[in-house]
Write a protein that binds this ligand. Structure first.
Ligand code: GLN
Length: 497
């Protein structure tokens, strides 16, 4: 076989019938998620552990706010991360820089000193914002416009995410909780480093993917781009500078609570701003406007879903640590291990869900119906852990079966809502703003993570049954409302499903 033929075969079908580059991106994202979820497995426990036990000794109020800020920040940074890659670096370099910052961030968390802790979180937020959206974009670039393997490629990639997320709490959780907290973070950083080495070595299989940022088409467009960058830079200086100046003047005290509240206001302003900006960009036909209303409803539903689902690393981990009898067949295990269950269930159940939707054929639920199902399921997960919490009133520990059931329901919710979420929002938006919808989707994750963190911050202010019941009421409530709205939503969506 001539050499050139062999290379074509090699890049086109050598990873489960997919381009070889998919393997490079699969393992990059697998290790990045290993790093992310390994760190997240420990974060709230480390912050709330007593100082003499090697922790930071924060109260839950503060730890919950920081958890929410960190996890929201990661998703929020995906917006500028995607933008910077599109316009300036190209995805290929953005992923490399992001990975380096992530590894440095984890190693910084490995140093037991408060400034290094906060520096580490900041590096992780910026690094993940650069890596996560862009590695996904590159997956799409591996396939030609007509290539039917694209969706399957993303499903394989999603398995990589969950493989990393499955092993991470087992490894980093064990080291962090049983050996040394900081070493747990270092292990997460080692994982990211392995991912980076693999990314650099495997880069040759990526072809042209991610190499070429979009150049402005005209001098006018270039000027506009420069202007947006200037506005962004000024906004950043104002957002960080003004509170700093106020604090130096003694007018405000910068505490976790202050930053938490400020970011809350910022997120609301950003959400309203993004939707308003989308609507004011270009002429919208009446049909487009109606569909746009539907995306706003789906956005709200997704944000509420994430706010409950992403408590995996906060309230549910606190409940695992404080109120669950962490033994299986008499053998004790670290409480952070519960965080592996979600990925385990995704790996086991994703093929089943795909099969069920196909089997249902014409009767497959519409996207709003799947969103509604997702919300109800995540809420039912909280009903289960709420009932478990009732049993801990006397100080007793409950069986791990309760949280296992909760994670099972949460995963079913995720598999209903998440795979259709982004594609529904993208299809509903007119083509001229379609690429921005990815950002809107990340924004729903950011808002959700933020809200989830606020819930975690009041973990000790309410009794756990009340707290979990409240989350259940909101999610199931909105799920039911959305169920009732399926018909009008379909009308709004005007033929898009
Ligand atoms: N578990 C998935 C990931 O880490 C999705 C999480 C989310 O969107 N909140 O990529």
């Amino acid at each position: 076989m001539p050499k050139s033929d062999r290379i074509v075969t090699d890049t086109n079908a050598s990873f489960f019938g997919h381009p070889r580059g998919l393997a490079t991106l699969f393992f990059t994202e697998m290790w990045e998620r290993f790093s992310y979820y390994g760190m997240r497995a420990l974060l709230i426990l480390f912050m709330t552990a007593a100082v003499d036990k090697g922790g930071l000794g924060f109260d839950v109020g503060k730890a919950g706010v920081i958890y929410g800020l960190y996890t929201a920040g990661v998703y929020l940074m995906s917006l500028p991360g995607g933008w910077v890659a599109d316009r300036i670096f190209g995805q290929r370099r953005a992923v490399l820089y992001g990975g380096i910052l992530i590894a440095l961030g984890q190693f910084s968390l490995g140093v037991h000193a408060l400034p290094f802790f906060f520096l580490g979180l900041a590096l992780l937020v910026v690094g993940t914002g650069l890596l996560k959206p862009n590695v996904s974009t590159m997956v799409g670039q591996l396939y030609g416009a007509e290539d039917k393997r694209r969706d399957a490629g993303f499903s394989i990639f999603y398995m990589g995410i969950n493989l990393g997320a499955f092993f991470a709490p087992l490894a980093c959780g064990y080291v962090g909780q049983r050996v040394n907290w900081n070493l747990g973070f270092v292990l997460a950083g080692v994982g990211m480093t392995l991912g980076l080495v693999q990314y650099v070595v495997g880069g040759k299989h990526l072809g042209e993917a991610g190499l070429h940022p979009v150049r402005p088409e005209s001098p006018e467009a270039a000027r506009k781009q420069k202007r947006s960058m200037e506005i962004a830079a000024v906004a950043l200086v104002v957002v960080i500078g003004v509170p700093l100046l106020l604090s130096m003047a003694g007018m405000v005290e910068i505490t976790a609570k202050f930053v938490g509240n400020a970011v809350g206001v910022l997120l609301i302003a950003l959400t309203v701003g993004v939707f308003w900006w989308l609507l004011s960009s270009g002429e919208w036909t009446p049909v487009e406007r109606k569909r746009f209303m539907a995306t706003a409803v789906l956005f709200l539903a997704a944000a509420l879903f994430w706010s409950a689902y992403e408590q995996a690393g906060s309230t549910l981990t606190l409940f695992a640590d404080r109120s669950t009898d962490n033994r299986v067949l008499g053998h004790p295990y670290p409480s952070s291990w519960f965080q592996s269950l979600n990925s385990l269930f995704v790996i086991l159940l994703a093929p089943l869900f795909a099969w069920v939707w196909i089997r249902l054929g014409k009767r497959e639920p519409s996207s709003p119906a799947k969103f509604s199902l997702g919300l109800v399921l995540v809420g039912l997960g909280f009903v289960v852990v709420g009932i478990a919490a009732l049993r801990t009133a006397s100080g007793a520990l409950v069986s791990p079966a309760w949280l296992t059931a909760t994670y099972f329901l949460h995963t079913c919710g995720e598999l209903s809502l998440s795979p259709v979420g982004l594609s529904a929002m993208t299809k509903l938006a007119p083509a001229r703003v379609a690429s921005l919808m990815m950002g809107v989707w990340f924004l729903s994750d950011a808002v959700g993570n933020y809200m989830g963190g606020r819930v975690a911050s009041v973990y000790e202010s309410f009794s756990t049954p009340v707290l979990f019941a409240t989350v259940a009421c909101f999610t199931i409530g909105l799920g039911v409302v959305l169920m009732l709205l399926v018909k009008p939503m379909k009308r709004l969506m005007g033929g898009v499903n």
